[in-house]
Ligand binder design. Sequence first.
Ligand code: SF4
Ligand code: SF4
Length: 80
Amino acid sequence: MAPFAKGFAVRIAHEKCPNAVECRVCLDVCQCGVLTAYPLKGDPFNKDTLWRVNPTLLSLCTGCRACERGCPHGAVTVVE
Ligand code: SF4
Ligand code: SF4
């Protein structure tokens, strides 16, 4: 058996995500370290900077959908 399930895609509807570092739900519930946040533009140390979520390490995704279930804005979709 392979160590990681493969073939999942995690789509983020960025227009629905207000600011990734203020919410953080999907980042916190992912046990596999798939998701990361990045500053869209501006100084990452400025509190007004907009951050987005990126499915950076998709090869680690098990397809558990915790991120999809947890997102309070319906911005995450996991597809096989
Ligand atoms: S489906 Fe599960 S493993 Fe994949 S990104 Fe979402 S929380 Fe992480
Ligand atoms: S859970 Fe949803 S709203 Fe919160 S940071 Fe992730 S994508 Fe954005």
